[in-house]
Design a protein around this ligand. Sequence first.
Ligand code: ADP
Length: 630
Amino acid sequence: MTDEENRSHSSFQALLDAAVDAIIVANAKGNIETFNRAAELMFGYSEAEVIGQNLKVLMPEPYAREHDRYMDNYQSTGVPRIIGLGREVTGRHKSGRVFPAELSVGKATTDDKPHFVGIIRDISERKSIEKALLVERDRAQNYLDLADVILLGLDTSGRVTLINRRGCEVLGYQESELLGKDWINTCIPANKRESARRQFDQMIGGTKSWHQMSEAYVLNRFGARRLIAWRNAVLRDSQGKISGTLSSGDDVTVKRQTENQLRLREEELNLIFENAPLGTMTLDLTGRLLTLNNALCNLLSATQDELVGYSFIEAVHKEDQDAVQSLLEGLTGEIYPPATSMRCRMVTRTGETIHVELSAGAVHDQSERPEFLIVQIQDFTDRVRSEDEAAELRERLTHVARLSTLGEMAAGIAHEINQPLTAISTYAQAGKRFLAQNHVDVDDLSETLELMDRQAQRAAEVIRGLRRLVRQKTTHREHLDCNQLIRDVVKLAETDIKSDNTHIDLQLTPDLPNVAADSVQLQQVILNLIRNALEAIHDVGKKGNILIRTDMPSPDWIKITVQDNGPGVSEEMLVNVFSPFRTSKEAGMGLGLSISRSIANAHGGELKFENNSGGGACFYFTLPSVASRD
Ligand code: ADP
């Protein structure tokens, strides 16, 4: 070796040793000729240990076997297969540890002999970083797939670079079907593509770096449109150049539809609320007015401003405040109490007292706690007034009718009282005669006095009955035996009946349950019916028959019937018999039946009539029995 060659060799050696990468030179058979310092460190062998050894010692199985094949192949064909750059191989350390390495192989020929120079770099670290990156990427992909929103990445020309699982679900495509596709042409409805493209270009052009939330339709694989709420951002590379966009999208199709339906429903409810004929309001749980409708304003003669925010209870009549307060409190306490209602009085802004029916219910939140109250108010002041007026009118009419009945019967009554008086007078004269004869038969005298007393009792009874009838008193209900009541009334009307040549028959069902009624009013009804029957019979001038019957159409009801053999209700009166002041009689007032019917109704019963098939009329009324009330 010349000096020159020596120098060149030692500087080559220095170069080899200084190299960071392992450099191994092998001959055509694969036997190691050169093994630099870095190779020693990488493989754990000293140069002396490996020189002359086959390269296979540096490889684990199955690479070692494969290497043999390469070498054989090279021997026979002269074509080395492993020459090239950056091939990834696996090396084996002396300790047996294997590691990934990058191998570049070159061929050199000296003295006509081929040598292979391998430069090897341990890429364990790079590999583990790559592996970590892969793990990270998988994890990121998992996150993307787990996300409940669509995640969409586009490159600068609008091609899909990323789409997560949710995106694939919404769009109906596989990930592989979308990656690389032009997003706008594939997934945006045709009529929206132009504007979508414009927006996208603006983002990519940097004129709109962050496009705020926007909603747009996408077209899925099956041609259906889904409404997506998008948030978009541009992505930049390490130089800050825009490299694409990343968007997250929420499928709000159903949400918007539901919202729309809810909005419509709310509008509908508002309309109903505003225009409800009943006063309607919402109250917070402390009873303060939150909202109210026009009907309520009208009812309380106040404006919205005068009511909203105020305590509802203040508008309630002082005497009813406690009851209303406890009704409202009952609603806020329990879970889901039923809606309730009550009658109470309220006072308007102008100080007028009104009668209302108040219905209230609680509206609950998701955790079933009462959130607010809805209250409806129905004004029935007019009804109360007209009921009062009607009751007063009825009372007055009853009195008038009673007096007129009495007037008409006065003659008969006078006769009725006259009879016992005449008898008393006759007995008194007889008594006087006994005394004058100076011969007093005590038995005769005692019998005469007894007869006098009986007649006086009879007169007193008639007077008592009259008193009872004429006295105007407010309704007083007591438990009454209808059969007895009828017998009393008939006794009172007896004189009329006799003078009219009319026979009265009683068919009274025994053991009738009592009724809760005002005796005077009931007598009035029966008396009216008897009197009408007598008058009807009188008109035809034949021998009259009146039948008064009691029976029980059902265990809860009692029926009283007054039937006559007169002409029956005339054609023209058929629809009017119960109308006040409708009469077919010259001196009639036309009040008897209308009063009688209102009395029957006030007792919970009904007064009706029908004409008998064999002639005559049949009036009957029902009353609930006391048993049915208990
Ligand atoms: P008034 O007896 O004063 O006419 P009512 O109200 O008692 O008043 O009777 C109204 C009308 O009903 C009578 O005028 C008569 O035409 C008819 N009416 C009532 N009772 C009978 C009856 N038993 N038979 C036929 N018509 C009757």
